[in-house]
Design a protein around this ligand. Structure first.
Ligand code: BTN
Length: 125
């Protein structure tokens, strides 16, 4: 089993908290990015998504959108929740970051793509 609800940290040092997944597969949460393309002060931003409920007991797929509250861009993440060989939950994701551009001639350079891996942080001793 792999549960999305909880606190996650990715390979960039960003963190997110996902609240309960409801009966329709919908969830909300908050995202604190460690990096930004803007000069604005980074702020916690809301996220909203779906878990696919076809196989909820077995490593589900999901997607969510982060609506950056300090920037005029939007990121969508899509991924799957896995249990790794050590029994730890891990989210393997890909993202698209859409930046706002001033005119349509700049549309070609407005979307970035990447991957992020999220894990639950290890409790410190
Ligand atoms: C912006 O710079 O306009 C908003 C912040 C974007 C942060 C990106 S989203 C994809 C990647 N994964 C992260 O955790 N942060 C960056």
């Amino acid at each position: 089993q792999c549960v999305l609800t909880g606190f996650w940290v990715n390979d960039l040092g960003s963190n997110m908290t996902i609240a309960a997944v409801n009966a329709k597969g919908e969830f909300t949460g908050s995202y604190y990015t460690a990096v930004s393309d803007t000069t604005q002060k980074i702020q916690v931003s809301p996220l909203q998504g779906y878990q696919n409920l076809m196989s909820p007991e077995s490593q589900p797929t999901f997607g969510f959108t982060v609506n950056w509250s300090f920037s005029d861009s939007i990121t969508v993440f899509t991924g799957q929740c896995f249990v790794d060989k050590k029994g730890k939950e891990i989210l393997k994701t890909m993202w698209l970051l859409r930046s706002r551009v001033d005119n349509i001639d700049n549309d070609w350079k407005a979307t970035r793509v990447g991957t992020n891996v999220f894990k639950h942080p290890q409790p410190q001793k």
